[in-house]
Design a protein. Sequence first.
Length: 228
Amino acid sequence: MTYQIISKAIVSLLCLFIFSSSLYAAGGIDDDRWIVRLRGIHISPDNSSGDIAVNGAAVGGSGVGVDSDTVPELDITYMLTRNIGVELILATSTHTVRSRGTLGALGRVINTEVLPPTLTLQYHFNPEGTIRPYAGIGVNYTQFYDEKVEGPLDIAGSDVRLDSSWGFAAQLGVDYMLKDNWFINADIKYIKIDSTAKFSNTPTSSDNVEVDVDIDPIVVGLGFGKRF
């Protein structure tokens, strides 16, 4: 599944390159259309959820929260015009989900890997300046993988699955140009990620246990890049 998502993203980017090359040629725009950035990012989830439900009945005052993570991020931008670009954001992170409220004594309940490729359409406000701010809006697809039951719910045969998510993404950032098209970058993003965690074969026997989670992270990044 992870391989398929990355493959589709690469194909989409290649199609965009072919289409937008004609725009550049028609408009007489110069080279340096590719921008590659490498950032360190801190992912801070919103940490809100619904009540944990057992066989469809909510356990009042219960819920879960999602831990933050700090990871590297690679993004690739292709400039359609001097001011407008499309950016593909690639990273993967690991998060622990903990129970809260009336079921807080359970502690850790899930550990999962997260792949959230995000595509944004950007406007670059000062593309020829030393300080180059930009803003973007777009779409995110989040795939959860290698989900594992943790803590007291982790018994032989227990399992958990998190639904994938489509959501809105927004970003603000700035590039500070150095020499030879190198620059320093700062960036902040909001990503809408909603999922439902579904447990099976836990100590609740044959009960169906689910919880809706609003992850909705703020992602703050700092790094460097180069324009080609």
